[in-house]
Ligand binder design. Structure first.
Ligand code: SF4
Length: 697
């Protein structure tokens, strides 16, 4: 399975002389049937990069160079420093910050160690930046996390609502399937794209709605208003399978097309047309990604999407459903293993006393060892480090000094920390330069384990080559550290398969039950979609087909949500909205794709997209340099003057951290405002001003 995005494409990998030399799509994998995008094809040079971290290193003081040490010494040093910090400040003075790149087994071991044995719930991951709003959104509306639909639904849907997703660039193989479906029946299948930018995704759209950033709830409530007024609500489904409709109806009553037009900047007609297209579909799929989730009301935006599906009965049927597209390859596995600060394995809430009791018994942890309150979410970890409330952080497989909003604050947090442990495959990164302890990790495909894709599909990834130098799989590093901390009995693992079995047993009876899955089964039968509650069960393509939801009354819940404008709207001093995102050829903070000449050549620099009328007003030239200033910092980039972005909005990709040039990093500009329920940051909207600057070249 591909180690990049949450589509979860299956790959065929050629290994020559212990090295990966070629990668192509696996024609038998049900996620991609042989298709792949350029990132996967160009994996080999990224694995052979000269900046692989090969040996553990430590430094005892900040003002000395790190030195290479044996593994035993690195882990003993770390354990001693952690014990000192616990003794002085308590277990909540430490935190783990991990990655959606981890394998399921690795997440599980890290969460068990932190929550069950070290005694802190400060274990969060970069999924908090990616899918936390979807996870909370599904749970609030449907009773449990987990996208209800499957990729095979794309082949029968006759309406696609793509909102807050540049699917063509960020989930290219899903987009190819949508495109195939559209082209197979262009008059019968409609595609509605909601995005302030006209991206390649909109090329196949019947309707493109370039709404004002942050006005998605107004649009979705407005669409529901039209359906209600026109008698297009599925009353039978609403009556039999949902609760809360009357309360929501009172709210959407106020979202007339005229009011929604004023809030979104869209015409009344296009709002009504989009609503009627959605309602007239026999099977409608809504797909979304970070444009919805990365918002201070991301959870409410998820609720507004699910409301639309519940009101029209577009869920639990082939071709229908709300379907969030996961950013990272195993963000789903992270959620399933409890890899967020408010969760325990099996989507259990950490605040649930029965769940804590059951998990403690399964782990062989002392009764009451899991603390009853949720831990710090990602941004709260860095806030705490910057303030001195958190003293030590262990960062695994991610690069927060480039990816977390407001880089100045993150750098301050890492400078202030008493101990920074970074476990990574590469060095240097923007984050590893702050490390007191550097631990070399194996990466794909140097270790084995399982990942879950966006459609709840579990794929087993084989180890194909040895890790370089002294690098070890993350689960092995964490297990050895657990032994060093005195928890050997609870971490007896000798293989990833043993860890998987222990975790899978813990999912029994939960919404993400895959107690019927083992490594051996995935290896012989191929990928499976959970729930898979027994060894005889063949998996579940679609959830909620019986109209029953995992809530206390078995009904899905309408959530009455209101439009709430962005935290930092444009004003006289900062008159434009900046939105950030990805480009097709790069992944996250360029630790892999930045090392591939073919990908670098295609997209060598971050380019700011600016609307042609804004450019004219500000004297910006296509290809000229522009200084972008927010209340937190500056970036300088070349600009592309275009009609394809809404006036008043500009777009900058976030991949480039400060190591590529201090003034190239989009997160110099972004703000740390976040969703109260999900903790996900508002990376899609901040206010900026632009100024043309001289080219130095
Ligand atoms: Fe990998 Fe995603 Fe591209 Fe598939 S679409 S090959 S999973 S990056």
């Amino acid at each position: 399975m591909c180690p990049y995005c949450g589509v979860g494409c299956g790959l065929l990998v050629r290994v020559d002389g212990g090295r990966v030399t070629k990668v192509k799509g696996d024609p038998d994998h049900p996620a991609n049937f042989g298709d792949v995008c350029a990132k996967a094809v160009h994996l080999p040079p990224a694995l052979l990069a000269p900046d692989r971290l090969l040996h553990p290193e430590i430094r005892s003081r900040r003002d000395v160079e790190r030195k290479r040490v044996p593994w035993e010494l690195a882990l003993r040093f770390t354990a001693e420093r952690w014990r000192e910090i616990f003794a002085a400040h308590g277990p909540d003075a430490v935190a783990f910050y991990a990655s959606g790149q981890l394998l399921t087994e690795e997440y599980y071991v890290a969460g068990k160690l932190a929550k069950g044995f070290i005694g802190t719930n400060n274990f969060d991951t970069n999924s908090r930046l990616c899918m936390a709003s979807a996870a909370v959104g599904y749970t609030r509306s449907l009773g449990a996390d987990g996208p209800p639909a499957a990729y095979e639904d794309i082949d029968s849907a006759d309406c696609f609502l793509l909102i807050g997703t540049n699917t063509a660039d960020c989930h290219p193989i899903v987009w190819k399937r949508i495109r195939r479906r559209k082209l197979s029946a262009p008059d019968r299948v409609s595609v509605i794209v909601v995005d302030p930018r006209w991206t390649e995704t909109a090329d196949i759209a019947d309707l493109h709605l370039p709404l004002r950033p942050g006005s998605d709830i107004a649009l979705l409530n407005g669409m529901l208003h039209v359906l209600w007024k026109d008698g297009l609500i599925d009353r039978a489904f609403v009556g039999a399978h949902t609760s809360g409709w009357e309360k929501l109806r009172h709210v959407v009553e106020r979202y007339t097309p005229e009011r929604v037009s004023a809030l979104t900047g869209l015409s009344r007609d296009i709002i009504v047309t989009a609503a009627l297209r959605f309602a007239s579909a026999s099977c409608a799929l809504t797909l979304w990604s970070m444009g919805i989730n990365q918002s201070h009301v991301g959870t409410d935006k998820n609720a507004a999407i699910i409301n639309l599906h519940l009101a029209t009965g577009q869920i639990g049927r082939p071709g229908a459903g709300p379907f969030s597209l996961t950013g990272q390859p195993n963000a789903m596995g992270g959620r399933e293993t409890g890899g967020l600060a408010h969760l325990l394995p099996g989507y259990r809430a950490i605040t649930d006393v029965h769940a804590r009791d059951l998990v403690e018994r399964h782990w062989g942890a002392a009764r009451g060892s899991i603390r009853p309150r949720r831990g710090r979410s990602a941004l709260e970890i860095f806030d705490g480090l910057a303030r001195g409330d958190v003293r030590a952080v262990w960062i695994i497989g991610t690069n927060p000094a480039a990816s977390v909003p407001d880089t100045d604050l993150v750098e301050k947090a890492l400078r202030q920390a008493d101990l920074v442990v970074v476990q990574d495959a590469y060095h240097p990164t923007e984050t590893t330069r702050f490390a007191d302890v550097l631990l070399p990790a194996a990466q794909w495909p140097e270790k084995d384990g399982v990942m879950t894709s966006s459609e709840r599909r579990l794929t087993y990834l084989s180890q194909l080559v040895d890790p370089p130098g002294e690098a070890l799989p993350d689960a092995v590093i964490l297990t050895r550290f657990a032994h060093e901390m005195g928890f050997k009995q609870a971490f007896p693992y000798t293989s990833a398969a043993e860890i998987f079995d222990e975790f899978a047993a813990l999912t029994a009876g939960t919404p993400c039950d895959y107690s019927g899955v083992t490594h051996a089964r995935l290896r012989t039968e191929g990928p499976l979609q959970w729930p898979v509650p027994s060894s005889a069960h063949s998996g579940t393509p679609r959830l909620y087909v019986d109209g029953r939801f995992p809530t206390s009354d078995g009904r899905a819940r309408f959530i009455a949500v209101e439009h709430d404008p962005p935290v930092e709207p444009p004003d006289r001093a900062y008159p434009l909205v900046l939105t950030t995102g990805r480009v097709r050829d790069h992944w996250h903070t360029l630790t892999r794709t930045g090392k591939v000449p073919a990908l670098r050549r295609r997209t060598p620099e971050p380019i700011l997209e600016v609307n042609v009328r804004d450019a004219r007003r500000l004297g910006l030239l296509d290809g000229g340099f522009v200084e972008i200033t927010s209340r937190r910092g500056k970036v300088i980039a070349q600009c592309r003057v275009t009609e394809t972005i809404r006036e008043g909005v500009c777009f900058l990709p976030f991949h480039w951290g400060r190591s590529f040039g201090f003034y190239k990093s989009a997160n110099n500009l972004t703000l740390g405002a976040r969703d109260e329920l999900s903790g996900q940051p508002e990376l899609k909207v901040c206010a900026v001003r632009l100024r043309a600057v001289e080219s130095e070249r």
